[in-house]
Design a binder for this molecule. Structure first.
Ligand code: GLV
Ligand code: MG
Length: 292
């Protein structure tokens, strides 16, 4: 898996030391992850390691070992099961010591914080604010569902009997709003039925539609679907670039310093420009070109 992952078209790779690793295999996994980070050909992808959470005996070893052996290759630590700001503060302090010990610049390694319990969701504002290392808030649907006793075993699917909306909406929206308020990325967690690409797409589409920046993928089959869902459509991208262009012209001296103008049958103003900037930025990041 560590070999194969190096050739995949995902923006970020995270190597797991947490729930995908059996307790007796933690030591070996730590070593494998350090070697893979150090020797792997990861290109310009963002590289992260998910460490074990603070209720286990392993978090400190995970962080210190990985940073000591491969800290210069590491962009982020994924911190799971974050329940309070203290969990993030502790990881931040430990990272600072580990970076110092390894002779690395202090503060470069970021944190991606998993919100996956009732407690974590309630304290999310303090969690998001506590460390300048924070880069993303990540929804963990499986642990979250367990934490609130949601009555289903199908992660990412609606629980049978709940037929009035999206059972994940509150958690997703609360994480999204908090992420935006603190300038962080909002990332949706895994869809476990790895052979059900239509199901993955459905789940990803909901998060993308709300404004999420991305979603975890667990299997190569989910990658192209994820990349497509989180990129704008060509039509929306073209429209966004056209709005930016029209608005730039309208507000310029040449355009008569107008703050609201018509583009086709739509009135556009400063708020339209802000919305267009979001879509255009995502399209440019995905390497899209204007077709119109
Ligand atoms: C991911 O860690 C999840 O619990 O969904
Ligand atoms: Mg989890």
């Amino acid at each position: 898996m560590l070999e194969k992952a190096q050739g995949l078209d995902a923006d970020e790779m995270f190597l797991d030391l947490e729930d995908a690793v059996a307790p007796d295999a933690k030591d070996e996994a730590r070593g494998n992850v350090a070697v893979a980070l150090r020797n792997g050909d990861w290109g310009d992808r963002t590289l992260a390691v998910r460490v074990n959470d603070w209720s286990t005996p392993w978090t400190h070893r995970d962080i210190v070992d990985v940073v000591t052996h491969a800290g210069d290759r590491l962009d982020c630590i994924v911190l799971p099961k974050v329940e309070s700001a203290h969990h993030v503060a502790a990881a931040d302090l430990l990272l600072t010591q580990a970076e110092q010990l390894a002779g690395l610049p202090v503060g470069r390694i970021g944190l991606e914080v998993q919100i996956e319990s009732a407690r974590g969701l309630l304290d999310i504002d303090a969690i998001a604010a506590v460390s300048p290392r924070n880069e993303a808030l990540v929804f963990g649907p499986a642990d979250f569902m367990a934490s609130v006793n949601m009555r289903t075993l199908s992660v990412g699917e609606q629980p049978p009997g709940y037929d009035v909306g999206d059972a994940y909406h509150y958690a997703l929206m609360r994480i999204l709003v908090t992420a935006r308020a603190h300038g962080l990325q909002a990332i949706d967690g895994p869809y476990l039925q790895v052979r059900d690409t239509a199901g993955f797409r459905r789940s990803a589409q909901r998060a993308a539609a709300l404004g999420y920046d991305g979603k975890w993928v667990l299997h190569p089959d989910q990658i192209s679907a994820g990349n497509r869902v989180f990129s704008p459509t060509q039509e929306d991208y073209d429209r966004a670039e056209a709005i930016l262009e029209a608005y730039d012209y309208a507000t310029s001296a040449e355009g008569g310093h107008r703050g609201a103008v018509m583009l086709g049958s739509e009135m556009i103003d400063e708020a339209s420009r802000k919305m267009a900037l979001v879509v255009a930025a995502k399209g440019r990041a995905a390497g899209m070109q204007r077709s119109a």
